[in-house]
Design a protein around this ligand. Sequence first.
Ligand SMILES: *Cc1c(COP(=O)(O)O)cnc(C)c1O
Length: 441
Amino acid sequence: MKTANQNIKPITTCINAEGNIEIGGCDLTELANEYGTPLYVFDEATIRSMTKSYKDAFKSYPKMKMMFASKAFMTKAICKIMQQEDFGLDLCSGGEIYTAKSAGFDMSRTLFNGNNKTYEELNMALEYGVGTISVDNFFELALLNNLAEAQNKNIRVLLRITPGIECHTHEYIQTGHLDSKFGFDLAQVDEAIELIKDEYKNLNLIGLHAHIGSQIFEKKVYYDEVGVIFGEIKRIKEKHNIFLSEINLGGGLGIKYTEKDAPISVYEIAETIINSIEEHSAKYEIEAPFVFIEPGRSIVGTSGVTLYTAGSSKQVPNGRKYQSVDGGMSDNVRPSMYQAEYTVEIANKPNEKADAKVTISGKHCESGDILAKDIMLPEIEEGDIVCFYNTGAYGYSMSSNYNRALKAAAVLVNNGKSDIIVSRQTYDELCGSDVIPDRLN
Ligand SMILES: *Cc1c(COP(=O)(O)O)cnc(C)c1O
């Protein structure tokens, strides 16, 4: 069965009677008019169709648990949706912990991970009742144990390991290969376990955590990942007489940014993972553990689009045609950071023939601030609403104030209704943290 991550567009996308693109029953040109641009638009139906697909696809394995990797798009409203969908949250900073807590999220269903959690962040995690901490390195084991001891708490921990699996994705978003900044090398696992057993009495080791990368299109890497982790569980059981009852496989399922991408469905990945679990629990004679997955991109990516207003344009004599829009690398850094490609349409001209080659440039002071290079679109005029699909993940969450650009607003659309979930930053907020020392006055 197909799942929404295999679409380029949100599942409710259509062309309405006015001849404009509509998502969640809302005309994109009207949204641009009402809320201004740049604007992130999130289709609630697409988000919920993805969470439901994950739950449905894994239902034959009752010890399966879902978490949303919040870094893909973290706001209070998304925490509410995840709580309603019975997902936990994967958090990786004090800011994400704070957001979840402020949204009233059940903190026992959160996991804190990251390769350099600070003293303050770990303390905050303990105080706020974060359910589990994925410990990344030896330094953190000692630090966390000290803090837990001081607060007289026992902490559920996972060991983040590097399973040594390479996946074919961009180098910056690979994480599971051996030479990675994340996690314990498999050769370091025994030492970590000995330390927890002998010295770190406030840490309760319950399992292993891995994450092999992002925007993954292959099933086999998940099959292999389960095999490596089950092998470790067997080895740890024999060597240390500890049975680890939870494994966390990370996230990484890919989405379809352009026609060139062929992501697999949630059902395919689920079948692969469940088969591998069954095979490897039989092979290693271990009781099937609780298995967590924590997708981010595939939950929110397809649901989100970004709207821009077309501004100036430039035809280089005998060269490219550049069309500028009112956003750029401040609201979507992915094209300039790792040559990410997108599918683009003009929200007020979806039926016009895409017969003009154009490069969509951002408004920032960097030549690299190009959002889409040499794409085919209908002839663009100033004031047209340019729609970038698939910006729901790692768009807003990676946004910046470069050039003192205001952070764009985000709206959630559903059944013809639109609601602000992030209001547009104001100039006062922008300058709110600036301080002029007395001696400069
Ligand atoms: C980023 C990350 C995820 C989510 O990855 P996606 O590709 O967005 O699904 C999951 N787990 C960990 C540990 C991560 O760092």
